[in-house]
Design a protein around this ligand. Structure first.
Ligand code: 26Q
Length: 824
């Protein structure tokens, strides 16, 4: 009987308009006579949301009844960006919507840009999680994401007088993409104490008592796949006081403030995303966030499993959980606690389940980014989990002792507990020990973790526990959506858009590399994308840039290891050269626009100084008549996913210039290359594999190698050390006040001159400058440059996140795709 009432999705322009207008007039209760762009966006989003929901329900139903494993991707960050454009492309109805909106008097681009970015992440790790959700849905894998519903995502960056100012990102005002599930809640416990006793059979029992309870409420977000009925789920947890709104007893007895305080304390847990990228800070609230989210997610996963009435031994054939870095590591002791304390399993059986269930992805070897939590803090907040961690450690160390009886030092090196004061829990070791596979995110990085931070563990478990899955990006968003004209040009050559589902098909473009018309079309598209970015720069920075100039882009989080300072010192070097150049030589010089973007963690002073320096240099250079169009320096405010969609297709060259061995993978390098932008980079992260794929004649590599970094650092500290002479000139000009008060930049320069140049800026400066000169010459040769662009795009097939997901599915998760059943 239900079937005949099931709504049908719109398909024609007229039906789309009807649905949109219906939503504006009824759902939003707005009159069409004062329908502005915001209302048109809301109506359009709701019309598309209806379509997704139908597929979503069907997908979840199919997954529930199939006898198959589901993937659970646990990540504290999902950097999703906007959803509407993506939804329109995935259901293949963007043209219908464009026509319909046009009829109603709106421009598609204006409507799309009404949407606020969902910015629940810092950078690479969070965007990777978003690309993975897109790929899992597009490949029909039954998968759920689990995360936190932050009230405030990553802060909005404003630039005031050249300085970064952080403004709160309140993004939930109107969010049609989330469904609050007030009926799906979990009580999460904190603090309290542990009772231990022997039961009637003499078995040791533990239970966690007392403390306080915070309620987790589910908010579900549909994740549509590209041109497939699969629509997966992203479940984000929000926190609320367990007692409901506020404590009425307290309220009625006059304690107004404390009744509201409980509520506020609970809601603080999901209030804000920590804005640190690759830096860990042992804050109690962060640990509370981690446990709150792990406990709610695990409860939910176990609840779903128990509904299927299977025995516990089947758990590992139904559930695979991937840990996105160490942030969700508490899921390991939490699952043990559920299995042992609540479900009554024996340690060995529970441990076996846990190890088979979890996989752990490492994203960094930087020591300052490795998570550690103090034992006293853990004892206070999660007393039962600390005991379980001790038990895990005991079993593990006994195992190590049996196998390496002669190596006494090994035990303290590999112990989960660091014997410092206070003692610390090493989360990466816990994650590794509790998982069946550990992977790095690019070949070099996966090799490095085996020889540095996890060296002992390779001896203990053997090399097979470790694997590599090189990162990738979704071609739907980063080619088709961000660069529709290039996507159409490729489709016209390849006979359709199949390459968006199988990116390796791009290789067929190679056979057109010498076609004159194709080459021109390719260049025209790059130029049009640059015109669009130039317009954005004019509007936001008030600077006119010439779209014919070489656009040189570095956009990513600001971090010393990523070396934006090397870039800006290179820009100053260029400026000084231009200043001393004859008019004759200037005619031959290659005009360039240096574009920077990225956020600094609010407490990271060195990173903020770099932003300030870029802006100061821009102020001087951009108004210097000696330089004119030959050099412009731009800092783009508030770099985020939707800005990346404009910037990425508009670059001629982009910079991926980390100190070798420090950038685990990088993913924007892939985005630029896929859009016909060339790369200047170090031999680091995925740059190495990009080079292997596209050929070394199509990329500009420079600098010292990872294997030499340690010796160089040592030499800086203990041997005579001389600054690169060209860099010394740059520093002189900064110190003489060319770019404003030199005192501001003292720490930045001294880190290099006096404190050992940890990131090897001086060591790499000469080869960096030389490589930039090579780029100028190469760019002037338009034909040579065009071939490099086309061949790069043609050879990027490997870097689709679809390939990553198939690798995870095969080597780590052991899951198969599952296509939702269509109604008969
Ligand atoms: C940890 C503890 C406390 C507070 C914050 C954090 C924290 C938060 C975010 C630590 C690290 C991050 C983010 C790390 C990150 O984005 N890493 C990047 O991951 C990408 C995807 O694998 C790689 O391509 C980059 O190379 C890597 O830097």
């Amino acid at each position: 009987a239900w079937r005949k009432f099931t709504p049908k999705p719109f398909s024609t322009t007229e039906e789309f308009e009807k649905e949109t207008v219906r939503h504006i007039e009824t759902t939003l209760a707005r009159s069409l006579y004062n329908c502005d762009e915001a209302a048109a966006y809301a109506g359009t989003a709701l019309a598309f949301r209806d379509r997704l929901v139908l597929d979503w329900n069907k997908t979840q139903q199919t997954q529930t009844f199939a006898d198959q494993k589901r993937i659970y991707y646990l990540s504290l960050e999902f950097l999703m960006g906007r959803a509407l454009d993506n939804a329109m492309l995935n259901v293949d109805k963007k043209d219908v919507a464009r026509e319909g909106l046009d009829d109603l008097g709106f421009r598609m681009e204006d409507i799309i840009s009404q949407e606020h970015d969902a910015a629940l992440g810092n950078g690479g790790l969070g965007r990777l999680a978003a690309c993975f959700l897109d790929s899992m849905a597009s490949l029909n894998y039954p998968a759920w994401g689990y995360g936190l519903r932050y009230r405030y995502g990553i802060f909005k960056q404003e630039i005031v007088d050249g300085y970064q100012v952080e403004v709160p990102d309140y993004w939930l005002d109107f969010n049609p993409w989330e469904f609050p599930r007030h009926d799906i809640t979990v009580d999460v416990q904190f603090y309290g104490n542990v009772n231990r006793w022997q039961d009637d059979e003499g078995k040791q029992q533990s239970s966690w008592e007392g403390g306080e309870i915070v309620k987790a409420i589910a908010f579900d977000v549909p994740i549509p796949g590209y041109k497939t009925p699969t629509c997966n789920n992203l479940r984000l947890w929000g926190s609320k006081a367990a007692s409901g709104e506020f404590d009425f007893q307290k309220f009625n007895s006059g304690e107004y403030e404390s009744s509201v305080a409980d509520q506020q304390r609970a809601e603080t847990i999901s209030a804000v995303l920590y804005p640190n990228d690759n830096l860990e800070r042992g804050k109690e609230l962060r640990l509370k966030q981690q446990y709150f989210w792990c406990a709610a997610s695990l409860y939910d996963i176990v609840r779903r499993f128990k509904k299927s009435k299977r025995p516990w031994k089947d758990f590992t054939s139904q559930v695979a959980i991937q840990l996105n870095d160490t942030h969700p590591t508490l899921a390991i002791p939490e699952l043990l606690r559920i299995l042992i304390d609540i479900e009554g399993l024996e340690w060995d059986e529970a441990w076996n389940i846990v190890q088979k269930t979890f996989g752990y992805t490492n994203h960094t070897v930087l020591p300052e980014a490795l998570e550690k939590w103090s034992v006293p803090l853990m004892q206070h907040l999660l007393p039962r989990h600390l005991q379980i961690i001790y038990d895990i450690n005991l079993h593990f160390l006994q195992f190590v002792e049996r196998n390496f009886p002669k190596d006494r030092e090994m035990l303290s090196r590999v112990s989960i507990i660091e014997e410092s004061s206070p003692q610390m829990v090493r989360m990466a070791y816990l994650a590794l020990i509790g998982s069946h596979k550990v992977n790095g995110v690019a070949e070099l990085h996966s090799d490095l973790i085996k020889t540095t931070i996890f060296k002992d563990f390779v001896k203990i478990y053997g090399p097979d526990k470790f694997t590599n899955v090189t990162n990738g990006i979704t071609p739907r968003r980063w080619l088709h959506q961000a660069n529709p004209r290039l996507s159409e040009l490729i489709a016209s050559k390849l006979g359709g858009h199949e390459f968006l589902k199988d990116l390796t098909l791009l290789h067929k473009l190679e056979s057109f590399v010498d076609e004159k018309e194709f080459r021109k079309d390719f260049r025209d598209i790059k130029y049009a994308n640059k015109v669009r970015l130039a317009k954005h720069i004019k509007e936001h920075n008030g600077v006119t840039v010439n779209p014919a100039a070489l656009f040189d882009v570095q956009v990513k989080r600001i971090h010393e290891y990523k070396r934006q300072q090397l870039n800006i010192f290179g820009v100053i070097h260029r400026y000084l050269q231009l200043k001393s150049m004859s008019a004759e030589d200037k005619k031959k010089a290659q005009p360039r626009v240096s574009i920077f973007g990225g956020k600094a963690a609010p407490g990271y002073w060195m990173a903020k100084t770099v932003i300030h320096l870029v802006n100061q240099v821009g102020k001087v250079v951009n108004s210097d008549p000696d330089v004119g169009d030959l050099l412009k320096v731009i800092f783009l405010e508030d770099y985020n996913v939707s800005k990346a969609e404009i910037i990425t297709p508009a670059s001629d060259i982009s910079e991926h210039i980390s100190t070798a061995g420090t950038e685990a993978s990088g993913t924007s390098n892939m985005k630029f290359c896929l859009n016909g932008g060339l790369i200047i980079g170090t031999c680091d992260g995925a740059n190495i594999e990009i080079t292997r794929e596209i050929g070394e004649q199509n990329i500009f590599l420079f600098g010292n190698l990872a294997e030499d970094v340690e010796d160089l650092r040592h030499a800086h500290l203990y041997e005579k050390y001389e600054l690169d002479p060209q860099l010394a000139k740059v520093f002189e000009s900064i110190r003489s006040g060319t770019f404003g008060d030199a005192g501001q930049f003292g720490a930045l320069l001294n880190g290099i001159v006096e404190h050992g140049d940890y990131y090897l800026v001086s060591d790499d400066f000469a080869s960096y400058v030389k490589t930039q000169e090579l780029i100028d010459e190469s760019f002037k040769n338009t034909e040579e440059w065009t071939s490099k662009m086309i061949l790069s795009v043609a050879r990027m097939g490997f870097f689709s996140s679809d390939r990553c997901i198939d690798e995870y599915a095969e080597a780590i998760w052991n899951v198969e795709p599952l296509v939702p059943k269509e109604d008969e």
